[in-house]
Write a new protein. Sequence first.
Length: 295
Amino acid sequence: MNRLSDMQLLVDAADLGSLSAAGRRAGLSPAAASACVQRIEAAVGARLFERTTRQLRLTDEGRTYLGYCRIAIEAMKEGERAVRSGTDTVSGTLRLSAPSDLGRNLLLDILDGFMAIHPDVRIVLSLADSISRFVPDDVDVAIRVGPLEDSSLVARHLLDSRRVVCASPECIATHGMPTRPEDLVERPTLVLTTNAGPRDEWRLGDATVRVRRYHECTDSEVIRKWAIRGLGFAYRQQWAVADDVRAGRLVLVNAPAWSAPSPIHAMYHANTYQPPRVRRFIDFLQAEMVQRLST
């Protein structure tokens, strides 16, 4: 077997959870499949699988090596497709990770445009509010909002968005329009809670306040709906509430003075081959974000 076939056997074994099943897919006997894995392990100098009579489990070294195997296999397939088609059409699977509110309010429409241009690219999108700064190995691009913490990752700055204070007209009528940042400390507020805890510290221009009277939730959509229902003042990304502001459901409070820049980055692992679909998506994403958020 050649090296690429060896890699495919490893990928199939991990996906199927069975070395014998992977061997059958490759037309190999169980003994030949096992010998192939042993040969690869000897070549890389590490054990890739923990094998028992009941279970086949990747070791930490195996997970690392398997990630590169998947990249190599996909790169070869993409190259073959490009040569056969005689074009530079991009294809394959693009795995993305992003915060939920950014996915719902901004990324979804951008992906529609990207998929229309590149119909052969398959999108796998993972959205979460309590999202970690860590980028899993199986994610091609992670879109993160706010300051970065992990310098081991490659981060491309896309642009700066802004966090703003907003409330419903009913909430403002009941509690009054704040005129000073400290007015929000004792007013009813709505706070998003993440893995790092409640985001109860709000930067309002040159001032920073820590709100005290708040409802909290791990779901940003609930925070938005609570704000619309008049339950308190919220501190959200401007693009996340733009439609509600236009429709009159929410009102921006002392904007743009009471706002704070919030960087958006596209992040990926260093020293990893980036197929054309990844590079084109990041370029497309930045161009679309600049156009949508600068107007």
